[in-house]
Design a protein around this ligand. Structure first.
Ligand SMILES: CC(=O)O[C@H](CC(=O)[O-])C[N+](C)(C)C
Length: 296
């Protein structure tokens, strides 16, 4: 089966910049839900009764900006990550397309998405290691790291680049297949949702939102088990686990298979709107780019 029209060539620069815009939108919509998730997960007393209660109390006490606390570090990480992701996906498509007039098959779209997942791991693996270490210390008594830069420098000074990149294999296991599914879902839904006789490039906003949001949900459905293992591995004391299989064995022994889907509802609640916004941001940025610099 071919992915019909949607694989018109987009220059790598345009993909990179529009992908970065998509990343900013992802964070802008997703961060408030992430704040709520972290607050619910780390509360010591029963301060919040649930998601809505936490949202209401945060906005009441801290204003709307309370939901955007701590956004600087993820912004610096997610923007280049999504830029690389769309850039890698574009390159992957070009690499797999035998000639520009032959439409890509869905299998090729999936492969191109997986390739983009490999690209982003260079940024994502250390970013996740640092983010997870900082996230768990917010509830600990002694703050070990002053911030992301301090954390990166200390990891590097103590055990070198290997420590900064600890969890790379699990990041690949998480992101390569899920990234394939991410782009496959988006491209497939875009084609399916395009009305008869119209172009996939003129898709209405709600259809882009639906395709992007669904892509985000499916991406997380298959990424979450590896994400749980990765977070455990990246944050536990060095040498505690003898390898990736050991992390899995320990988790299954302690929590059973359900442990692999820890935090599912919070993740799902964020996944749809955040990724819908990401793809819409990407498409709008691309349109603007094509308008101001059609030949780039
Ligand atoms: C697992 C993950 O980080 O998902 C990214 C989007 C999100 O919801 O944060 C998407 N992806 C890794 C596929 C680029």
């Amino acid at each position: 089966m071919t992915a019909v029209e949607s694989d018109r060539r987009v220059s790598p620069l345009k993909n990179f910049v529009a992908g970065g815009v998509g990343g900013v939108c992802l964070l802008f919509v997703g961060h408030p839900l992430d704040t709520i998730k972290v607050r619910l997960q780390t509360q010591h007393t029963a301060l919040y009764r649930g998601t809505y209660d936490c949202f209401r109390k945060t906005v009441y006490k801290e204003g709307i900006f309370g939901l955007y606390k701590g956004m600087g570090a993820p912004l610096a990480g997610v923007t280049p990550m999504m830029a690389m992701n769309f850039f890698g996906f574009g390159l992957g498509k070009e690499f797999l397309q035998s000639d520009p007039t032959t439409p890509l098959t869905y299998a090729q779209i999936y492969l191109a998405g997986m390739l983009a997942g490999v690209f982003t791991t260079v940024i994502v693996a250390p970013g996740e290691r640092i983010k997870c270490l900082l996230q768990i210390q917010s509830s600990a008594r002694h703050m070990k790291y002053a911030g992301p830069v301090d954390c990166a420098l200390r990891l590097y000074k103590q055990q070198g680049l290997c420590s900064v990149y600890k969890g790379t294999v699990l990041t690949l296991i998480r992101d390569v297949p899920s990234n394939g599914l991410y782009f496959l879902t988006y491209e497939y839904l875009k084609n399916v949702l395009t009305p008869e006789g119209e172009s996939v490039h003129q898709l209405s906003t709600w259809r882009i939102l639906l395709a992007g949001g669904t892509a985000g949900v499916l991406n997380w459905l298959i990424a979450l088990p590896a994400d749980v293992l990765k977070s455990k591995y990246q944050t536990d004391a060095d040498g505690r686990f003898q390898g990736l299989r050991d992390v899995l064995r320990t988790l299954l022994q302690k929590e059973g298979p359900r442990g692999l889907y820890k935090g599912l509802s919070a993740v799902m609640l964020r996944a749809f709107p955040a990724n819908a916004a990401c793809f819409l941001g990407y498409e709008v940025a691309l349109k603007c780019f094509n308008y101001v610099a059609p030949d780039l």
